[in-house]
Design a protein around this ligand. Structure first.
Ligand code: NI
Length: 229
């Protein structure tokens, strides 16, 4: 499941992030954090995790996720990896085909997170750079993703993906992984579809319609059957 979530950050927040992630921010070589196969073709910059900027921006991303109902419904998050920040451009400009590690240690909260979903939160307006697309290999062909600043994409961590070379300007984004309460992609997708359909039904017939109440019960009973918390 690929999901585009618009307006995760307000324009003011995007401006705040871009201010904090200027050229003077504590950027370090991104290859230092790559494991296994990835280290050979990861060429980007990453915000130093131990820095004060990182802690402040991580909290802002987490707060934005907390208030986003669409993110909750799609991801059903159990644990979220501490958000990281990267920069492509100025000679450090791509990240070749790779698969994200299955389990990773989230330093800020000192816990292990299984990567069910990968998330990229775009922070640079698409017109400000050339290239820099998130390219995800899919059975039916490749998906190329480049979103407005403040928007986020969610995709299965099991996919092979890359960031294509940035040939003009630079691209800054936040990225992180989510361990879902519902491990299986198919179950999670069914719950999401049902939740979205229920949302539309509630708007049409109201909260107290007996069918809405019954179907809401079914949603929660399925979630109860499949969720690990
Ligand atoms: Ni990746």
């Amino acid at each position: 499941m690929f999901l585009h979530i618009p307006d995760v950050l307000t324009p003011q927040e995007v401006a705040e992030f871009r201010e904090a992630l200027g050229p003077d921010a504590p950027w370090v070589d991104g290859a230092r954090s790559a494991g296994g196969q990835a280290v050979h073709h990861k060429n980007n910059l990453q915000l130093s995790q131990g820095s004060a900027q990182s802690a402040k921006l991580q909290a802002l991303v987490r707060a934005a996720l907390q208030r986003n109902a669409l993110f909750f419904s799609a991801a059903l998050p159990r644990r979220t990896f501490n958000p990281l920040f990267n920069k492509y451009g100025d000679g450090a400009n791509h990240y070749g085909d790779h698969v994200d590690s299955a389990v990773m240690h989230s330093r800020a909260d000192s816990c292990w997170v299984r990567s069910d979903l990968s998330c990229t939160l775009f922070l640079t307006p698409p017109d400000d750079y050339e290239g820099g697309e998130l390219l995800i290999a899919e059975g039916m062909g490749d998906k190329r993703i480049k979103l407005p600043a403040g928007d986020m994409v969610l995709y299965p961590s099991s996919t092979v993906h890359q960031v294509t070379p940035v040939t003009r300007g630079h691209r800054i984004s936040s990225f992180f992984w989510v361990e879902s309460m519902v491990r299986g992609l198919e179950q999670r997708k069914l719950l999401f579809d049902m939740d979205m359909a229920l949302l539309r039904l509630r708007q049409r017939v109201g909260e107290t319609d007996p069918s809405v109440i019954a179907l809401s019960g079914t949603y929660h009973n399925l979630l109860r059957m499949w969720a690990d918390v």
